[in-house]
Design a protein around this ligand. Structure first.
Ligand code: GDP
Ligand code: MG
Length: 440
């Protein structure tokens, strides 16, 4: 909503150019946000320099301050890079289509094989899993288990034949799929803990044997900056046509997404965010951009607040929000600060097309603010600091003193608790408190 609002306001305001100083200052903040999101340094550099170029040509909108405007450009750029060439799985004209999974050990390939099979089945496909990880003793069994859970068949080398040849298994798996009319083959491969030649050669041999329609590079989002070197090694050693990010449910900040995308230019097709079959989705660039820019979003909020509050107040309020200690006193103070920006009617007045509704709305809102103010002023300092103590008899006293009904007092107190709860959640999610504490 706020984005649409500012978009609307922007059209009504004056034009100009962002100054180099504005751009540089904000670019520094963005750089920190990207590094904190675990984007690799060379990628950050390249990205920032492109954003600066774009920002230089951008027109200034009156609704966003220059810093916010650069943040917006960064966000747009991130979304377009992360999703620029989003496409569906590439399937063969003649079934079976072959999807090969490659990546380091533990990146989530086998788990993904099950998730993909489940997802494809729901779309009416008949996937066959092929177990080509013969490196780890348990790997075939693990694939069979996830396959069963997904309701898909697994093609595996016959037990008791010693260690089989993964290339041979891959070849026979495809033949089996053709014979039994499976329309998609998912080839699970082995991985090592680090990139190594032998692993790459094996994966390349399997690739040559099955000519995949899609080779998906599976990468654990938690590896952050290492994603660059790993992606480069797989690009050169095996080659891939798409990327799957896994373990996004961990505390991964999403930097790996941008790094891999920038370095290889290949699209991110899917995202995995848990161990269960259903913890899987097609990749959403906008969600990933907000995740990477979590810090940037926060900056925007802080920036907006600073138009009305002095910095000290903001820092105090942010610290209180993060611990959930916001008091009614703060609540009142912030409300008054919002009013300093002018009557609500003026703010609404900038919106096109609100018509006659506007005036009516404006009056009601200002009156409600007045009443809210009266109620909070009718409380003792102790009550404002610790609203939990406001019991029935106190509510009656406050109502009488402020010329309102008890239910209106209840309403204010309840809404305050609700707001405090939301702020606490938001603070937890965005690390509001810690960021604000370091911001001077
Ligand atoms: P592989 O070696 O590449 O086949 O990786 P696995 O599929 O065996 O996964 C390694 C570990 O990561 C297993 O314990 C999985 O349960 C876990 N795992 C895989 N994907 C995810 C994910 O998206 N989120 C979480 N939390 N764990 C995952
Ligand atoms: Mg595996």
């Amino acid at each position: 909503l706020s984005e649409r609002l500012s978009g609307a306001l922007a059209n009504l305001r004056g034009k100009g150019r962002l100054s180099d100083a504005d751009i540089d200052t904000t670019a520094r903040e963005i750089r920190i946000a990207l590094l904190e999101a675990d984007v690799a340094l060379p990628v950050v550099r390249g990205f920032i320099s492109r954003v600066k170029e774009r920002a230089k040509g951008a027109e200034v909108s009156g609704a966003l301050n220059p810093a916010q405007q650069v943040v917006k450009i960064v966000n747009d750029e991130l979304v377009s890079i992360l999703g620029g060439e989003t496409r569906r799985l590439r399937l063969a004209k003649e079934p079976p289509s072959v999807i090969m999974l490659a990546g380091l050990q533990g990146s989530g390939k086998t788990t993904l094989a099950g998730k993909l099979a489940h997802w494809l089945k729901n779309q009416g496909h008949t996937p066959l899993l092929v177990a080509c990880d013969l490196q780890r003793p348990n790997a075939v069994n693990q694939l069979q288990i996830v396959g069963e859970r997904a309701g898909a068949t697994t093609f595996a080398p016959e037990p008791g034949n010693g260690v089989g040849d993964p290339v041979d298994v891959a070849r026979r798996g495809i033949a089996h799929a053709r014979e039994k009319h499976y329309d998609i083959v998912i080839v699970d491969t082995a991985g090592r803990l680090g990139v190594d030649e032998e692993l790459m050669k094996q994966a390349a041999d399997i690739r040559d044997a099955v000519s995949p329609d899609e080779t998906l590079f599976v990468v654990d989002a938690m590896i952050g900056q290492d994603a660059v070197a790993t992606a480069e090694a797989f690009r050169d050693g095996v080659g891939f046509s798409g990327v799957v990010l896994t373990k996004l449910d961990g505390d991964a900040r999403g930097g790996a997404a941008l790094s891999v995308r920038e370095v290889t230019g290949e699209p991110i097709l899917f995202a995995s965010n848990g161990e269960k079959l259903a913890d899987f989705d097609v990749f959403h660039p906008d969600r990933m951009a907000s995740r990477i820019l979590g810090m940037g979003d926060l900056l925007t909020l802080i920036e907006q607040a600073e138009q009305a509050f002095d910095q000290e107040r903001t820092a105090q309020a942010a610290a209180k929000m993060s611990t959930g200690e916001l008091t009614l006193e703060d609540f009142l103070e912030q409300m008054l600060a919002v009013r300093k920006m002018g009557p609500i009617g003026n703010i609404l007045g900038m919106l096109p097309g609100a018509g006659q509704m506007k005036d009516a709305l404006a009056q009601v809102d200002d009156k409600q603010l007045d009443r809210l103010q009266a109620i909070i002023r009718g409380m003792t300092p102790a009550e404002r600091a610790d609203p939990k103590i406001i019991n029935g008899s106190r509510r009656l006293r406050i109502a009488n003193g402020s010329g309102v009904t008890v239910s209106e007092v209840n309403d204010v107190v309840n809404r305050f608790f609700e707001a405090r709860k939301v702020m606490k959640q938001m603070a937890g999610q965005f690390g509001f408190g810690s960021r604000s504490a370091t911001k001077k």
